[in-house]
Ligand binder design. Structure first.
Ligand code: MEV
Length: 444
């Protein structure tokens, strides 16, 4: 039996876990315990807090935390915290923010805040028969959660609607109870799932006392109860609009009108081609995920909803849209964003808490507006670069800095390299050669 198999790993303490890992997997000299422990936080209390978010933790994986300032959104200026490992993303967000700051900024509209949960169950009766019970069953469901829903109701949230849907097209006797929720400023996953599991118990036992039914119809088989991450009714629109002549001139002498037309065509291509749409939307999520991470939101949930929404017409499309109308350039993004500003990591993670503070402790709707604007800004920068200079120019500048850092170039050599590579192609070996030559020159 391989030594790599382990029992009771979760019972070991952090150092024991790390020690075991290093012995079993990194013993060829590629690692030691301090490679992991050096990323532990100085404060044991804070480290304990972070460890508590997950399981079997042995270290922290550090990502850059950056700020994109000058975001004018609905008349307020925000400095937006972003957590992302990809170079150029924060720079692109900051540059689009500054650009639109000078052109009236971003405007947003909350198009809905409804979230959905589902209970799937098998019941050996017809949908017509189930429907005849739906009013009474709904009443019993609502009554059954009165005690756990009180606080949410006081905050203005709760259950909006309960529906019973026929899923016998999928499986014989399969039905869905779909519940529509308002969860105010919390993302609401725990609230929704708690209610759904309680509802499932009620549905499971509902028919038992119905003596008019034959015995086989008294049994309900609950398949599963869980919130849906598809939130097309928790939707926000972010938009920018300006007269075309105010767009300004662009790189390589491109005039505003040409930029607007090429830009609109690039967006249209993303609306109609799945290969381009996926990359286009990836650019949008560069901003949205970075903001989601910085504020302690579940960026996987946000991505899942966004991609499903992008495919709502049966074709996966680019999420943003662009129109040139009456001499105006209009660019907008409708995106589902089920995010929270209270509860979960948003209030527990020390830097997520700081991010919220930086953003003025927004409510969930304001955070939706900020995130959608950052996504739109990111998309604006990417598409503008693509239809003017291409993206490599900017990327290569950042790439050069990363290479210089990794090769530990001095400040003087780095300054010379930046000048040199304005006119020469950046590659790892070219930069290394340049540094070696410069170091030699300075030794002579
Ligand atoms: C790179 O992370 C994102 C872009 O590819 C987005 C796009 O092509 O629109 C630049």
């Amino acid at each position: 039996m391989s030594k790599k198999k382990v029992d009771g790993f979760s019972k070991k303490n952090k150092l024991e876990k790390t020690d075991w890992l290093v012995q079993e997997y990194l013993s060829s000299g590629e690692g030691n315990v301090s490679d992991f422990t050096k990323f532990w936080l100085a404060s044991p209390e804070e480290q304990k807090l972070i460890d508590g978010f997950s399981e079997n933790t042995i270290s922290n994986f550090v990502l850059p935390y950056g700020i994109a300032p000058n975001f004018l959104i609905d008349g307020q200026i925000y400095a937006v915290p972003m957590v992302i490992e990809e170079s150029s993303v924060v720079a692109a967000a900051a540059s689009a923010a500054k650009y639109w700051l000078e052109r009236d900024g971003f405007f947003t509209t909350i198009l809905g805040t409804t979230k959905v949960g589902q209970i799937h169950f098998i019941w050996p009766g017809s949908f017509g028969q189930l429907s005849s019970f739906s009013e009474d069953l709904t009443h019993k469901l609502l009554h059954g959660v009165e005690d756990i829903i009180g606080n949410m109701k006081k905050r203005g949230g709760g259950i909006e609607k309960i529906e019973f849907l026929d899923y016998t097209f999928c499986e014989a006797n399969l039905y869905q109870c779909r519940v529509h929720f308002q969860t105010c400023d919390s993302m609401g996953a725990n609230f929704i799932n708690t209610i759904l599991e309680k509802f499932a118990d009620i549905i499971e036992n509902y028919f038992v006392d119905h003596n008019e039914l034959p015995d086989e119809k008294k049994d309900v088989d609950i398949i599963m109860s869980i919130l849906s991450n598809y939130t097309p009714e928790c939707l926000v629109r972010a938009e920018v609009r300006t007269p075309i002549h105010r767009l300004g001139d662009f790189a390589n002498g491109m005039m505003a009108k040409t930029l607007a037309e090429k830009f609109a065509l690039a967006v249209k291509i993303a609306r109609n081609d799945v290969y381009r749409a996926t990359t286009h939307n990836k650019g949008i999520f560069n901003g949205i995920d970075a903001e989601g991470l910085a504020t302690g939101n579940d960026f996987r949930a946000v991505e899942a909803a966004g991609h499903a929404y992008a495919a709502k017409d049966g074709l996966y499309r680019g999420l943003s849209q662009c129109a040139i109308e009456g001499g105006y350039f209009h660019f907008w993004l409708d995106i589902p964003l089920a995010v929270g500003t209270i509860g979960g990591l948003t209030t527990l993670h020390p830097l997520a808490k700081k991010s919220m503070e930086i953003l003025g402790n927004p409510n969930a709707e304001t955070l939706m507006s900020i995130m959608a604007s950052v996504g739109l800004a990111q998309n604006f920068s990417a598409v503008k670069s693509l239809v003017t200079t291409g993206i490599q120019q900017g990327h290569m500048k950042m790439h050069l800095l990363n290479i210089l850092n990794s090769l530990e170039a001095s400040d003087t050599v780095s300054r010379k390299a930046i000048l040199h590579f304005e006119k020469n192609t950046v590659s790892y070996s070219a930069v290394r050669e340049f540094i070696v030559k410069e170091n030699l020159n300075s030794d002579l």
